[in-house]
Design a protein. Structure first.
Length: 146
């Protein structure tokens, strides 16, 4: 049975794969893996990709993993990143009408790694990088684009 009250989305492929047209048309909202550091500056590339999807499909678009730091596994950055990378990308995604999500590398590296707090719960106080990004997110109304 189809549940008409349930929202459906998908994060297709890997970095820079924005989803096939038929899938994007069928979903309630889009959550693509936008382009990352290997393809250029994600705070410039990703907002353009998000804006294109919003314009083409007229539905909410969530930037699945903006400018993340941490493991280079699973499409992560090959070079060092800065919290400013992440903040700039979130800001630019807001400006084009998209929505960010905050990706935490602990789920890819697991218990006992430097990315994972001992209690296993994402905690911005555990990681100074994450703390800066969460501080920006907490103050969205101060920076909100209208």
């Amino acid at each position: 049975m189809i549940d008409a009250k349930r929202l459906v989305t998908s994060s297709p492929g890997f970095a820079g794969v924005l989803g096939p047209k038929d899938l994007n048309e069928a979903l309630d909202y889009l959550t693509p893996h936008t382009s990352r550091q290997g393809q250029g500056k994600p705070w410039i590339l990703a907002p353009k990709e998000i804006a294109k999807l919003i314009q083409e499909f007229h539905k909410p678009v969530v930037d699945d993993e903006p400018a993340r730091n941490g493991t280079s596994n699973f499409g992560g950055p090959k070079e060092p990143t800065s919290p400013t990378d992440h903040v700039l990308q979130i800001w630019e995604v807001w400006k084009v009408g998209g929505h960010p999500i905050y990706h935490h590398d602990m789920f890819q590296t697991g218990y006992g790694t430097p990315a994972c707090p001992p209690n296993g719960i994402p905690d911005p106080e555990f990681n100074p990088y994450h703390r800066q990004v969460f501080e920006f997110l907490k103050q969205r109304s101060r920076y909100e684009v209208r």
